[in-house]
Each structure stands twice: as structure tokens, then as C-alpha cells.
Design a protein around this ligand. Structure first.
Ligand SMILES: [Zn+2]
Ligand SMILES: [Zn+2]
Length: 635
């Protein structure tokens, strides 16, 4: 053979590498993984048939650019083979070598780790390598590997299937601080004026990020000085290529970030709230722009940031706003169904689920609507956020209604708290008036209850009290749009039918929105355009809708389905518009529950905070804040 290489050497090397890979996989509990995984072993016969060509297993013969582009593709990501292949095919890199071979070579060179999709550490103990799920794993008869009990993860199936016999690729992050793209004078370009409350919060957030950057970059430099953290041959492709020793080291999975991160964590722990922050802003206060100043500092220092939002439509909108604010950096929008970008920008705007595909990639993560579906209550997404951000990276939670645990953490100093207690127009948030009526119970759904029930006097089957009709008529007479929230889907049509049937409200358009109504977007549009009008809805509308001049009636507010956060969100639909900043909110309930009390007290506390800080428009303080009495009307 040319280059003076004896084919026997290749085989010896290959055998020892394969032994190392096997040992590593076995250590991870992936003993059975071998069945489904195809190692590329090269026999003597195959070597002979190559007619002098060097087998493609060896990095020495593979163009460096190919390996670099694979490295860039998987950096900081957790991807299945199919995902990598589809992303790879979208790029126009010429590749004569089988992709699996390339990935194996990258693994040997320490650019990525290969893990079984579902690791079985013990016989009955399996963990999904992508989302960390332990319980929602289903055993199936697998057509791919032929085994009768191949495990499939149900928790992260929406992102593509993960199973025992398929591998996952964990791309490592190997960046050096001095080759980062730095923008020293990056400032957001906003096309409007921040309100005083927003500007104060933005300045405080900026100071906080500045302090965090001090720890973070300081720790990073410390790590840089430690020689054992940057093993030779791994920091760049240009250096020593993966040889026998390099491969052994890379399979030992040294974590370059961990040691300096530990130093930073020690310092951070002393400070308490050094790397997590809660931005608590009232509904409609404009949270996104508050983060931009601080974000500019981090991105300007060359760090990578992600802005995670719950819904796909919001991703596109926030990405556009961020790109307009930072024209000089590249902003990437990631959501399911979007085309995969060739490379990720310094700022990524993504749905929360996309975080599952990242590992130690981001320095800063901002989680918008941290209390909302899907993040709230999802252990999978909690873990995903923890893993997507580097150790000691900054996590920022933004919400209008933080869970009590979050507030407690803030009070104990574990989380840095920034509040925005007032909307841009400077009026206090409307505090709900609680109307108690013992007969106002959630009715039982009757089989014969038609969608268009007629108006049947004072107390119909729906137990709507006279106070409900009175408040509804008052608001409509004043020319307002009225949200009527109900806790069940069937109640939406029933209550809407009842309102339509009321002779005194003839001619007022009544819309209905719930998750099973296909016309709900159309109804929402019409409602925004027509005044006066009524929108009967389930909590589907509780977030993300801004309607000018709106009042809110929450019927059956005592229902178990309504927690304090849902009540606050529903109340938050009112008084958002500057032309009608003092909306009216009524909670109609059979009894005053803990959730109702908590919601009312919370809103009063927010207004009190705004008053103390002098953020309210003069003349509005007394009306809403100084009285703590709740107007209870017992019917
Ligand atoms: Zn999973
Ligand atoms: Zn299988």
C-alpha cells in the first residue's frame, strides 16, 4: 500500500478503537445496544479488495472541512441519526463517505458522543437519553431491531421517536473565548419609547447581567488557564488528529466546562441569586423589550442566548422584533416545521420544546411565560432547560403570574427578582370585584342540553345570577367588549346561547371560543373589531389576546379548574388599552376560594408596589389601591 502503511496496523487500530467504544457503551448500560448498532469493522478480505485505497475509517484521509462541518452541525445539540442526515442533506456539502462513518470518526476525535436512545442501566431501569424520562417508556415489538421488548420514549415522541436500538449524538461544545464574535457597543434599537416602569426594569436587568458576566467570564478565563481542561488535539481540528491516545482520552469524556464552572458556582452560591432571575411583570407590561438591554450585553460579549416562548406563532413574532432591534447580529427562529438553518445565530428564538435538542450550548436562556403550558408542570422541559444552558449560565424566567414556589425562592434570595408592576399607560391593574352567590354552582351537563338554550328567566339551568346579567348589561351599555370566561367547553356554547336568547341584549353579537371550535380564530378577529360584543370562552383565550376597551366576567370562578394564576391571567385581559385603562373585572363565584383570595391579594399587592415606587399616573392611586375591602354582594 502507498503511504507506507501496513494494512495489519489499520486492523489493529480499528480493533482497539472498537474495543474502547464497546467498553464505553457498556459502562453506560448500553450492553444490548450492540445488537442494533452497526460497527464498521474492516476484514482482511475487504482490505485486499480496496486495491490500495486507504479504508475510509481513518481520519487522516478525510477532508478536514467535512469533519468541521459535521462538528458545527452537531455542536451543543442532541440529535438522532435521521435528524443529522436530514440537516446534512439540506446543506450542500459534497460527501463521498457514509455519514455514519463520519459521525463515528467525530466521536473518536471527541467532537461528539454517541449514546443509546434509551439507556438501560439495570434490567428494569431505563432512561431516555434525550429527555431524561424514566416512566413513560413503552416496550414494543420493534420492527427495526427485531427484539420483542425494545423501549420507545413517549414523553419526547413529538420531536421524533427515540428507541433503545437507535443511537443519539451529543455534540460537544468546544469553543475558545478568544475566537468569539464580539460586538462591544451592541445596543438594542427600539422603535418606541419604553415606559418608566419598563425602563427601570430594563436598567436593573442590565445591571444584573453585567454582574453575572463578571463571574461568568472571569470563571471562563480561570478555566482557560488550567492545562488539563484543554486536552491537546481536541480544541481544534487543525491540531493533532485523533490518534490512539487521543481516541482513548476522548472516550474518557472529559468535561471541559465543569471545572471552571464549579469555581463559578462556588462564587455564585455565595451570592445566592447569581444565575437565575425572575422578571415578574403584570399582564400587558411588555416583557420582551425589558430583556433586550441585558441581552445586548451578553450577545455583545460573544455569548449565545436563547429566547424560549411557548407557542410557534409567538416565535416568529419575537424573532422579527429581535432582528429589528439587533440588525447587526443574526437571529435564528427554531420551531417544528421550520426549515433547519445552516448555522445557528448568536440569538436563537425557539419554542420551549426545541430546548430538548440542546446540551450545554447556551450561556443565557430567557424563558417567556414560564408559568404557562407547556413549561409549567413539565418535568421534561425543566430538565431540557437545565441541560441546554451551560453550568452557571444565566436562566431568566419571565411571567405575569409566577408560581408560589418561584416567589418564595425570590424572597429567600435564591432567585433575583425584578418587578414591573404597571402597564405602559401607568394606570393600576384592575382589581376584580368578587360577587358571591350561593346558587351559582357549575351545572351538570344534561344529555338533552342543546347548544342554543333559550333565556329562561332569573335562574335557569345554568345558575347564572341576576348580578351576572346586571354587570353584563352595564358593560355593554357602556360600549365595552365583554369577555365571559367559563370553566367547561360545553358551557361555552350553553352560556353563549343563553346570552343570545336574552331579549334585552338582542342585536349584540355573541362569539364563542374554545379549543374544539374550528372557527375560534375567526370569532376572535370579529370580537376584536366589534363593540359592543360578548366573547364567551374557556381559558384558551386567557393569554396573548389584547382587545381594546374590554371588561371581564369570570363565571363559576370558584371552580377547581381555576387556579390563582389562571384567574390573574383572565383578569389581565381588561384595562390593557391606553384609551380605556380602567377596565372592570368581576369574579362571580359560589364561594370565595383560596385561589380567588390569592389572585385578588396578588393584584392589590402589585398596585401597592407601583404606588410606592411612584409609577402610577397621578390621581389614580386612591381609587384602586388604598382599599383592601372586596366588594362582596351576597344574593
Ligand atoms: Zn424521551
Ligand atoms: Zn428496536
Amino acid at each position: 500500500m502507498d503511504k507506507g502503511i501496513d494494512p495489519r496496523d489499520h486492523c489493529r487500530d480499528a480493533a482497539s478503537w472498537l474495543k474502547l467504544i464497546r467498553r464505553h457503551l457498556k459502562r453506560q448500560g448500553a450492553d444490548r445496544f450492540r445488537d442494533g448498532f452497526q460497527f464498521r469493522e474492516i476484514s482482511f478480505a475487504e482490505m485486499g479488495s480496496l486495491h490500495g485505497q486507504v479504508p475510509p475509517l481513518f481520519a487522516a484521509d478525510i477532508p478536514l472541512e467535512l469533519l468541521e462541518s459535521i462538528g458545527r452541525l452537531v455542536e451543543g445539540r442532541v440529535l438522532s441519526y435521521d435528524e443529522i442526515r436530514s440537516f446534512w442533506e439540506q446543506g450542500d456539502v459534497e460527501n463521498p463517505i457514509p455519514l455514519r462513518d463520519l459521525l463515528q470518526i467525530c466521536a473518536l476525535a471527541g467532537k461528539l458522543e454517541i449514546k443509546p436512545g434509551i439507556a438501560s442501566l439495570l434490567d428494569d431501569y431505563r432512561v431516555c437519553s434525550r429527555c431524561g424520562e424514566r416512566h413513560q417508556l413503552e416496550r414494543i415489538h420493534c420492527p427495526l431491531c427485531g427484539r420483542p421488548s425494545c423501549a420507545v420514549c413517549l414523553a419526547c415522541r413529538s420531536l421524533g421517536e427515540v428507541r433503545s436500538c437507535r443511537e443519539l449524538y451529543y455534540g460537544r461544545v468546544w469553543e475558545e473565548p478568544d475566537i468569539r464574535k464580539v460586538y462591544p457597543d451592541l445596543r438594542p434599537q427600539l422603535h418606541f419609547q419604553l415606559s418608566r416602569a419598563q425602563a427601570e426594569a430594563a436598567a436593573e436587568f442590565k445591571r444584573y447581567v453585567e454582574r453575572w458576566l463578571g463571574y461568568y467570564c472571569g470563571a471562563e478565563r480561570q478555566g482557560d488557564d488550567l492545562p488539563e481542561n484543554t486536552p491537546q488535539g481536541h480544541t481544534s481540528w487543525g491540531g493533532e488528529k485523533a490518534g490512539g491516545k487521543g481516541a482513548g482520552e476522548s472516550l474518557g469524556f472529559a468535561q471541559p466546562w465543569n471545572s471552571w464552572a464549579a469555581a463559578a458556582c462556588g462564587q455564585a452560591a455565595a451570592e445566592g441569586s447569581a444565575n437565575s432571575c425572575l422578571v415578574w411583570a403584570v399582564c400587558g407590561a411588555g416583557k420582551t423589550e425589558i430583556a433586550f438591554e441585558g441581552l445586548a450585553l451578553a450577545v455583545g460579549a460573544g455569548l449565545k442566548a436563547v429566547f424560549a416562548v411557548p407557542r410557534r406563532d409567538v416565535v416568529v413574532e419575537v424573532a422579527e422584533r429581535a432582528q429589528a432591534a439587533f440588525p447587526q447580529i443574526s437571529v435564528t427562529a427554531l420551531y417544528s416545521g421550520a426549515e433547519h438553518p445552516k448555522s445557528l445565530g448568536q440569538l436563537v428564538v425557539a419554542t420551549t420544546h426545541q430546548l430538548i435538542r440542546f446540551s450545554g450550548y447556551f450561556d443565557l436562556a430567557i424563558l417567556d411565560e414560564a408559568d404557562a403550558f407547556p413549561y409549567a408542570g413539565s418535568a421534561v422541559l425543566h430538565r431540557a432547560l437545565g441541560r441546554a444552558v451551560k453550568p452557571c449560565g444565566l436562566k431568566v424566567y419571565m411571567t405575569a403570574t409566577p408560581v408560589p414556589a418561584m416567589i418564595q425562592a425570590a424572597r429567600r434570595g435564591k432567585v433575583h427578582l425584578i418587578t414591573v408592576p404597571v402597564r405602559h399607560h401607568g394606570y393600576p391593574v384592575p382589581v376584580p370585584q368578587v360577587i358571591l352567590c350561593r346558587q351559582h354552582l357549575v351545572p351538570k351537563q344534561r344529555r338533552d342540553s342543546t347548544a342554543r338554550g333559550g333565556y329562561r328567566g332569573r335562574f335557569s339551568d345554568l345558575n347564572l345570577p341576576p348580578q351576572f346579567w346586571l354587570k353584563l348589561k352595564e358593560s355593554l351599555a357602556a360600549g365595552s367588549r365583554v369577555f365571559v370566561f367559563v370553566p367547561r367547553i360545553w358551557l361555552v356554547e350553553a352560556v353563549a346561547g343563553e346570552i343570545r336568547g336574552c331579549p334585552e341584549l338582542a342585536g349584540v353579537p355573541v362569539f364563542a371560543a374554545h379549543s374544539r371550535n374550528p372557527k375560534r380564530d375567526r370569532h376572535r378577529e370579529l370580537f376584536q373589531k366589534t363593540a359592543p360584543s360578548v366573547m364567551v370562552a374557556t381559558s384558551i383565550l386567557e393569554r396573548g389576546i389584547t382587545v381594546p376597551k374590554a371588561d371581564v366576567i369570570v363565571a363559576y370562578a370558584h371552580d377547581d379548574l381555576y387556579d390563582a394564576r389562571a384567574l390573574i391571567q383572565m383578569a389581565g385581559r381588561s384595562g390593557r388599552d391606553a384609551s380605556y385603562p380602567t377596565g372592570k373585572v368581576y369574579f362571580i363565584a359560589a364561594a370565595e376560594t383560596k385561589a380567588i383570595r390569592w389572585a385578588v391579594e396578588c393584584l392589590q399587592e402589585i398596585n401597592e408596589d407601583a404606588r410606592r415606587r411612584g409609577l402610577l399616573v397621578p390621581g389614580t392611586q386612591g381609587e384602586h389601591c388604598c382599599t383592601r375591602a372586596i366588594g362582596n354582594v351576597i344574593v
